[in-house]
Design a protein. Structure first.
Length: 690
């Protein structure tokens, strides 16, 4: 009799077996059915606890009682069951050790095709990769320093694999003395249009006071569609990774176009960075001039974006002066620009190309061997700053030798109120740029105290303190009074001295592609190949030409201009009155640049330039100068456009390396100049440099 009773206890009935089948986790770890927690022996409990920890780390859900709960909740139930057994008269063979408190995983529920609802407890974050549109349905969240509150417009968030992953964090908000019941009633009413009854019940079961609820929607933009249309660039926003968390959350996030990532892959700022931003935000009404400096790949650009978003939480606009030629933030590379930012920056540079308030096309990604022109251009652009809003100045990462002396010159010329100096354990030594150090240090073009080294350029705004007829003559000195703030960086980057240049080149090409995406029609219209767009026809005698990065013989100017990236500029000189052209400039001008384009071809018979550009016609009427620099068109634009059949224009393997200026072997192109006269074969030239 006792044996039969024991057999009945060990063999599960059909009802118990079905409940065990429903209790199987969505993360498939084994094929054996799960028994009820109270019937598991100590070894089975340890094994189940280990699987729950794995499920929690992978973001999987656990199905219990017909309702999906997080792995952390199931783990807590397991611990509670173990504690009850430990307090019972029967001693436990091996009690489950109590580990550190594990934060619950924010639940995600599907809300239809291309949408998902995320519930975030206070202080919790959701780190993800991909792109999405974020709307705060209830409470308040923060993304990359920008606060999104209930009722505010949705924001487009870009978290690509080229940069640190972004996170949506729940922050504290005012509840006006509402009870938990009232808060749940409001949240439940807001969720009614998005979730069905079961999903709403499961989501609200995790609701706690000061929770925030976020709607994630699939985002489609012409910029993203244009970039990923080129082979090899689709990985930037979406990466197919083998995963075992095939559950409702996985399908919901996949429908949106994002993936949950581990917190360690997300953006991390140090306490010193937050302290500096908190102080700068507190004095934003005084319109401070903030200069950010430090070594390359140390986190300056990330700090600038975060600071811009923090400032936009309390003020309407922020000015931004770009002095870094290689890694520009809002324009294609090779530019020095001044912008007025009114919208948050929630992505890398190639996702938010904008029209500057004033811009000069320098034409190179480095100012080496031409510091004088670099300083003059910065002076020209900085003169448009109205001092009506805070100004953030981004500087180059070259802070050694002549780069440090040039930085000292910029501090004296721009007169910042605050200097943010970045340092890191892995970066090269950089002296502390205290006001006393700058005052006692010679720059490239400025001298300490009252002496100035005249290098042949004019500084009218600073003539009283920086320019003298006699260097030995004593004159009053303008002290560089500013507050120096140190930021200890722990910024993690995948760049090494070996791959840094190639990585930076990819980012520069992405910025050019982001600018060219403005030629595409808005979604949901299909993409159009660049070779299928109608270019503008510009007569030779309407614009002047200048190659600003190299000396080119006049007979080769048109070859250098054809199929090149060009700056569309305005000069003060009147180029009208010339009969034919082309009109060549003897020196590189410092002038306003209204935008960029591609010279698709040159018609020698009609004497026309064919230019493709997103600049509107009303701005093109003022363009009378074309500048060609060292910035090139990405090779994927020339070789990988959709719809190309047969021979690819401007690309050839028949290349003569003995041609002048053919030392840079980055590809070859076929000249598109139209030669219709007899005896003039179509020549073949190198794609970019001369």
């Amino acid at each position: 009799m006792s044996d039969s009773l024991l057999l009945l206890k060990r063999v599960s009935s059909r009802h118990t077996w079905l409940r065990a089948r429903k209790a199987r986790p969505q993360l498939i770890l084994s094929r054996r059915p799960r028994r009820r927690l109270r019937n598991l022996r100590w070894r089975s409990r340890r094994r189940l606890r280990r699987r729950l920890l794995q499920a929690q780390a992978a973001g999987a859900d656990w199905l219990q009682g017909g309702c999906l709960v997080s792995g952390a909740a199931a783990l807590q139930r397991l611990k509670t069951s173990a504690r009850r057994r430990a307090s019972s008269p029967e001693p436990a063979e091996d009690p489950v050790p109590s580990g550190p408190a594990i934060l619950p995983i924010p639940p995600v529920r599907p809300a239809g095709s291309g949408r998902a609802v995320l519930l975030l407890p206070l202080g919790q974050g959701f780190t993800f990769s991909g792109i999405c549109r974020v709307t705060c349905l209830y409470g308040q969240v923060q993304v990359f320093g920008f606060t999104i509150s209930q009722g505010q417009p949705a924001q487009n968030v870009f978290s690509p694999y080229t940069h640190s992953r972004l996170a949506i964090n729940a922050v504290h908000y005012s509840v006006h003395e509402k009870s938990k019941k009232e808060m749940k009633r409001e949240a439940r009413a807001l969720l009614r249009p998005y979730l069905n009854q079961d999903d709403k019940y499961c989501l609200m079961s995790s609701f706690s006071p000061l929770c925030s609820i976020v709607l994630l929607e699939r985002l489609k933009t012409s910029t993203v569609n244009f970039i990923i249309s080129h082979p090899g660039l689709s990985y930037i926003f979406v990466q197919e990774v083998r995963t075992f968390q095939i559950n409702s959350e996985y399908f919901a996030l996949r429908s949106v176009g994002i993936r949950r990532e581990k917190k360690k892959t997300g953006l991390r700022l140090t306490e010193s960075a937050f302290a500096a931003m908190e102080e700068l935000v507190s004095i934003s009404s005084d319109c401070p001039v903030i200069l950010v400096c430090g070594c390359q790949d140390i986190g300056k650009s990330t700090f600038n974006r975060y600071l811009i978003n923090q400032l936009l939480n309390s003020i309407s606009c922020v000015d931004y002066l770009e002095c870094d030629l290689g890694q520009t933030e809002f324009t294609p590379p090779g530019c020095i620009s001044l912008l007025n930012i009114t919208e948050p920056v929630l992505g890398p540079p190639f996702t938010h190309q904008r029209t500057p308030q004033k811009m000069v096309y320098y034409g190179k990604t480095s100012c080496k061997n031409n510091f004088e022109n670099y300083v003059e251009v910065i002076k020209y652009v900085f003169s448009s700053y109205k001092r009506e809003s805070p100004l953030i100045i981004n500087t180059m990462g070259w802070v050694a030798d002549q780069g440090l002396l040039l930085l000292i010159d910029l501090i004296r010329l721009l007169s910042p109120s605050h200097v943010i100096q970045f340092s890191s354990d892995r970066s090269k030594y950089m002296p502390d740029l205290t006001p006393d150090f700058v005052d006692d240090m010679d720059g490239l073009y400025t001298r300490r105290k009252s002496r100035v080294r005249n290098r042949g350029f004019h500084l009218p705004e600073f003539a009283e303190s920086l320019e003298f007829a006699d260097e030995e003559k004593e004159s009053p000195f303008m002290s560089t009074g500013y507050k120096l703030m140190f930021v200890k960086s722990e910024f993690v980057t995948g760049k090494t001295p070996r791959n840094r240049e190639s990585h930076n080149r990819v980012l520069r090409e992405l910025a050019v592609l982001g600018y060219l995406s403005q030629l595409q029609p808005p979604v949901p219209k299909p993409l159009r190949a660049l070779h299928g767009l109608t270019p503008y026809q510009v007569p030779f005698n309407a614009v002047a030409l200048r190659i600003i990065h190299a000396d080119v013989a006049p007979t080769h100017i048109l070859y250098a201009v054809n199929a090149s990236w060009i700056g569309l500029c305005k000069i003060l000189d009147d180029v009208r009155g010339y009969a034919s052209g082309p009109i060549l400039l003897a020196q590189s001008p410092i002038c306003d640049c209204v935008g960029f384009g591609i010279c698709r071809g040159i018609d020698m018979e009609k004497r026309l330039y064919h230019i493709l550009t997103p600049v509107p016609p009303e701005e093109l009427r003022h363009v009378n100068c074309l500048l060609v620099g060292a910035v090139s068109i990405p090779q994927c634009v020339l070789k990988s456009q959709c719809g190309l059949e047969g021979t690819i224009p401007y690309v050839t393997t028949d290349y003569n390396f003995k041609l002048p200026g053919a030392s840079e072997k980055i590809g070859a192109r076929e000249s598109g100049v139209t030669y219709k006269e007899k005896g003039h074969p179509k020549p073949k030239f190198h794609r970019k440099t001369y």
